[in-house]
Write a new protein. Structure first.
Length: 95
C-alpha cells in the first residue's frame, strides 16, 4: 500500500500527523476530517481513541465514520476496512 499525503490536525495545542493511504486520499467525496478518521479506523483505533488524538469527541468521530461509510456505500466497518485495503475478492465493496 502506498502512502501519499501528510495531514495535520490540531489537538490540545499539539499538531497531530495522520498519514493517509492512497485509497483514502483519492476518495474525493470525503471531507478532510472524514479522511483523517478513516485512516485512524484503518489503523485499528476506536472512536474514543480517535477523538482523543484529533481533539474531538468520540461521538463526533463516530459521526465522521458513519458519514464516510454512507458516502462510500459500505454497510459496516469490516467492509469499510476491506475497501480501504483494496480487497479485490468482495464485489460488494465497490462504491
Amino acid at each position: 500500500m502506498s502512502w501519499e499525503t501528510l495531514i495535520l490536525g490540531k489537538a490540545q495545542n499539539q499538531f497531530v500527523q495522520v498519514k493517509l493511504c492512497s485509497r483514502i486520499e483519492s476518495a474525493q467525496v470525503l471531507t478532510f476530517r472524514e479522511k483523517q478518521v478513516l485512516q485512524l479506523v484503518y489503523e485499528g483505533q476506536s472512536c474514543k481513541q480517535i477523538g482523543r488524538r484529533l481533539g474531538i469527541s468520540d461521538r463526533t468521530a463516530e459521526v465522521h465514520r458513519a458519514h464516510a461509510m454512507l458516502k462510500l456505500q459500505q454497510p459496516n466497518v469490516v467492509h469499510l476496512i476491506r475497501w480501504i485495503a483494496g480487497d479485490p475478492t468482495d464485489q460488494a465493496l465497490r462504491p
